[in-house]
Ligand binder design. Structure first.
Ligand code: MN
Ligand code: MN
Length: 467
């Protein structure tokens, strides 16, 4: 028989918050569903390493699931599914709800760009019979982490005549990969004296792309010529075509289970494809929501959300205004009544580096999806800080839908911090809060997430769309 609880025990249960490992709170069936969901997530991770590939993956799935291209002015009714592709680098999808549009939309907003190395406009050069690509890193990276790992090359080249060619080399088992060299420790005495920040510098992130010359005794720079010759043969491009190209080098690693217990996933670019994928799956599963459910997968978050495919641009606002007009409503009124989950990752507590996070207010692996009231840094600069009322609403929603969740702040108060798209959506007068998956080794070429947190994020985004 169970012992009677002491008054202190009863009060503890009633008054104090308790956090439990997700596995302790999930049935065997739910855990199996979680692991199955993560198998599909790994497929997405390997197929969609760049924003363009993510848009193409998502658009394909949307078309197969009855979503049609949105045309301003079109007639829409509850249950209709529409999408807008913004320049192949961002995408908005929506399912029309039964409530009037003036009651606002439910918006899940995630980003599909990840830190990487972009090729410069004149990337190809030869030095001592080795051919390289010059790069300019994209987003916040620890540069030393990007040397001596396999890299693949993704992107698009627009030829002089306006035709385009897509490039993806290094993902297929039989493809070659690329690599940035680092100095051998034997000769690195001076390099080792550099700070970690300068251990590898921006202009040292040069990607080795070839070493065999074009056979000719009279000319020089023949390795470069041989590489350009291969590229011309395979893709029909010439050196000047790099000027009108977007080529991105990303880690060539595949997504893999991590740990003896397979409880985690290691992959490039969980930030933020883990929220993009879960939000997208939630959108696919949404059939007849009350409020119109909108999911936006945006670009350029990692560089500050500027540009016409980033969320500082007006493309989201224009979409909501156009949508409102389809119902004869005012766009401004729709935005003001709308709610948004800014779906982005947060830092998970790392016992190896415990000093940067405050243990009472940070996110942990396997404690569920992380709700973050405010982001920013040092004195809450650069954030939208969700209202207590809106946090209360989200708290009830997650509890009512049995979503495992926790709260987390990105680092100790004076330590640093980071932002998401939350403030740009909030600036449109939308109630907005950050909700996302805790990540270890964030922005590293190989990031980690816990599977139960991925599944909890999916459940959170799905519940929100149905609210
Ligand atoms: Mn992010
Ligand atoms: Mn990031």
């Amino acid at each position: 028989m169970e012992k009677e609880k002491t008054i202190a025990q009863q009060k503890k249960e009633a008054l104090l918050s308790s956090a439990k490992h997700a596995v302790m709170r999930m049935s065997d069936e739910e855990l199996a569903a979680c692991d199955a969901f993560c198998e599909d997530y790994k497929v997405f991770l390997d197929k969609a390493k760049t924003e363009r590939e993510a848009v193409s993956f998502v658009e394909d799935a949307l078309q197969k699931n009855g979503f049609i291209k949105f045309v301003p002015g079109m007639e829409l009714k509850a249950g209709d599914k529409i999408y807008v592709n913004n320049r192949s680098k961002a995408i908005i999808m929506a399912t029309i709800g039964t409530a009037p549009i003036t009651e606002g939309v439910r918006l899940n907003a995630a980003h599909i760009d990840s830190p990487r190395l972009d090729m410069k406009q004149h990337p190809l050069y030869e030095d001592n019979e080795l051919a390289f690509f010059k790069t300019h890193y994209y987003g916040g990276i620890k540069k030393y982490q990007w040397t001596a790992i396999p890299l693949s090359l993704h992107g698009v080249v627009i030829r002089k005549d306006g035709t385009s060619v897509e490039i993806c080399i290094g993902e297929d088992e039989n493809d070659p990969i690329f690599c940035i060299t680092d100095l051998l420790p034997h000769l690195a005495a001076n390099q080792m004296k550099r700070t970690l920040n300068e251990g590898i510098q921006g202009e040292e992130l040069n990607i080795l792309v070839g070493s065999r010359p074009f056979k000719d005794d009279r000319e020089s720079n023949l390795v470069k010529l041989a590489i350009m010759d291969i590229l011309h043969e395979k893709y029909g491009i010439i050196e000047d075509d790099f000027i009108s190209a977007e080529l991105e080098a990303v880690p060539a690693f595949k997504a893999k289970d991590v740990g003896f217990d397979r409880s985690m996933i290691g992959a490039y670019g969980h930030d933020d494809r883990v929220c993009a994928y879960t939000a997208f799956e939630a959108a696919l599963g949404s059939k007849a929501p009350v409020h119109t459910g909108v999911t936006i997968l945006t670009d350029k978050e990692e560089t500050g959300s500027d540009g016409n495919t980033g969320l500082c641009s007006a493309y989201l606002k224009y979409f909501i205004y156009d949508l409102a007009e389809c119902f004869g409503a005012n766009g401004r009124a729709v935005l003001s009544a709308s709610r948004c989950l800014s779906a982005d990752v947060n830092a998970a507590f790392d016992p190896t580096f415990p000093d940067v996070l405050e243990r009472n207010n940070c996110a942990y692996f396997n404690r569920g999806v992380c709700v973050t009231k405010f982001t920013g840094a040092r004195g809450k600069s650069g954030t939208s800080d969700a209202s207590a009322e809106f946090v209360g609403e989200i708290r009830r929603l997650l509890d009512e839908n049995n979503v495992i969740w926790q709260t987390g702040e990105l680092g100790k108060v004076d330590m640093g911090g980071g932002g998401t798209v939350a403030m740009y959506v909030a600036n449109l007068n939308v109630d907005t809060i950050d909700v996302g998956v805790p990540v270890l080794s964030m922005h590293a070429p190989y990031e980690l997430v816990a599977k139960t947190d991925v599944y909890a994020a999916y459940k959170a985004f799905a519940a929100f769309l149905e609210s």
